[in-house]
Design a protein around this ligand. Sequence first.
Ligand code: AMP
Ligand code: MG
Length: 316
Amino acid sequence: MNNSVKIELAARYIREGKLVAFPTETVYGLGANALDSMAVARIFELKERPFFDPLIIHIACLEQLEKLVLHPPETVYRLAEKFWPGPLTMVLPKSPLVPEIVTAGLPTVGIRMPGNAIALELIKKSDCPIAAPSANKFGRISPTTAAHVKKQLPNVDYILDGGRTTVGIESTIIRLTEYGFQILRNGIITQENIESITPYDYRTEIEELSAPGMMKSHYSPRKKLLIADRKIADIDKTRAGLMSFSGQLEHGYLKVARLSESMDLKDYAVNMFEAMHAFEDDPEVEVIIAEPVSETGIGKAIMDRLRKAEYSWRQI
Ligand code: AMP
Ligand code: MG
């Protein structure tokens, strides 16, 4: 089957209320018709995701945004022009058309236009916006290939294979306030990037509840993962896999995944989940060690993912 036949088939599944895993530029999504509550409920079921954790709706054109959002301010259009299609999610007041289950009962909805030709074609052919969280079991490592999806969600109705994703970590999530914007989740589009359009709001406090689902533990491999920033001297390196960035920590490790040849943070983001999956699947690796990076620009998004992956293992 060629790509357009596959997309056609996947779109039919979406229209029929089934679940389709599809590539975006960030990670693979587990999609359903965003306007069909029953189909969306199956996403939560298959992922074992708690219902209080809202989903992001993926659109292919601004007309869809206008149906899903109440009175989008002008800033939305300027942000869309600069960053869409791309890995930026905007949280905006929702219209009555958006089912409660999608937004976990919140009055707002997260929306983005993915920068991936297959995803955009799928949304267009499905003729509806697509609600999609990452296509993995809740709390586990995000999928950046179709094989990762298959590993965690073997019972999904259809997997649209579009090769490896090009960004590798989830979208930046922002909300707009009267003074500008705030970041609810860091991603490859940084605060500095967005400040070129609208100011960062340092004034309004971010309430805890404004980004439900941002748990301390997330993206977690089934094997122990530790960040090499505190003392890890008691770790037996001969049983450990290293996610390496600078090349300076590699001595003595059983396995090394070099995430970048040129110390480019974008490569770290693209390759980190893939490396976690590979070590998780490797029977010789008992512990995964991740090299930290400085927390500026894209480094914020990377460290955020690593801390969440490490969180539950730190407690043991
Ligand atoms: P993902 O896990 O990549 O599907 O992203 C979903 C995350 O987006 C949720 O866990 C929330 O943190 C955030 N999100 C989605 N919709 C909203 C919303 N209406 N308000 C605030 N955060 C949201
Ligand atoms: Mg996710």
